[in-house]
Write a protein that binds this ligand. Structure first.
Ligand code: ATP
Length: 246
């Protein structure tokens, strides 16, 4: 059974049927991309999977347990990094561990163990405003990882970055995730980003939203060999673009 199963989810928001009937899943250590037009309900879907919002119909199962409307099982990184400006980076990323009940010193010590892996070594005492966009995203990613390390929902984590930083971050993400092996669901508007990072992609329709296309990416991670000159890449890219009606 897949680790995350989203079964028959529907949701009406502001009187509009936003999510029609959504069925998606992710296997253990899967990296699943979610693409869809703006406003189709991608963030709403993540709010439901994370338990922050209840669906009108349908269920969310994780490891076979019904977790519909229950928070705490998965980590969720929203579009903005949401780092607290008055705390330094070490204090910021330690927050999930403090919330889990660890004494502050122990939480910081535990968080520190991951600073090198997340490219933050030496920046422990910096405040968010003193970091580049890429570093802030890495800090936000580490904080997400420390909340729950095995299932991560990432909502457009690189959307605000310039093209060069974004490419570096994608490459970094592949390297780190090949070490920590989480199950990931990843929202993006960037077709090439999805093809570069993901094992499988769902393309969602306009509202009322359903899954329009599910496509398996036939390249193995690490995917440094996936290039736009690969003919298979081109075929898949065209299919995704067509489903998005771009
Ligand atoms: N709490 C709410 N009450 C009413 N309408 C809402 C609420 N939250 C979201 N919406 C609406 O529901 C729709 C889906 O929003 P959502 O943010 O999930 O879409 P999205 O696909 O993530 O969009 P984007 O790609 O632009 O980030 C939008 O039309 C939005 O305005």
């Amino acid at each position: 059974m897949p680790e995350i199963v989203v079964e028959g989810i529907s949701k009406t928001l502001g009187g509009l049927l936003t999510l029609g009937e959504i069925n998606v899943n992710a296997a253990d250590k899967d990296f699943v991309g979610i693409l869809g037009p703006s406003g189709c309900g991608k963030s709403t879907l993540f709010n439901i999977i994370s338990g922050l919002m209840r669906p009108d119909q349908g269920c969310v199962f994780i490891d076979g347990h019904d977790v519909t409307g229950k928070t705490g099982r998965v980590s969720y990184m929203r579009q903005k990094d949401l780092l607290l400006p008055s705390l330094n980076i070490l204090e910021n990323v330690s927050i999930p561990l403090v919330l889990k009940g660890l004494p502050r010193k122990k939480a910081c010590d535990q968080a520190l163990e991951h600073f090198k892996q997340f490219g933050l070594a030496g920046f422990e005492k910096y405040y968010p405003r003193q970091l580049s966009g890429g570093m802030r995203q890495r800090a936000a990613m580490l904080r997400t990882y420390l909340f729950s390390s095995d299932i991560l929902l990432l909502d457009e984590p690189f959307a605000s970055l310039d093209a060069i930083t974004k490419r570096k971050m994608q490459s970094w993400l592949i390297d780190v995730f090949n070490q920590i092996n989480p199950t990931v669901m990843f929202i993006t508007h960037d077709v090439d980003e999805a093809l570069y990072l993901c094992d499988r992609i769902y393309v969602l329709s306009e509202c009322p939203t359903v899954v329009k296309l599910e496509i398996k990416i036939p390249f193995c991670r690490p995917s440094h060999g996936r290039t736009i000159v690969d003919p298979v890449y081109g075929v898949i890219r065209d299919a995704v673009m067509e489903a998005l009606a771009i």
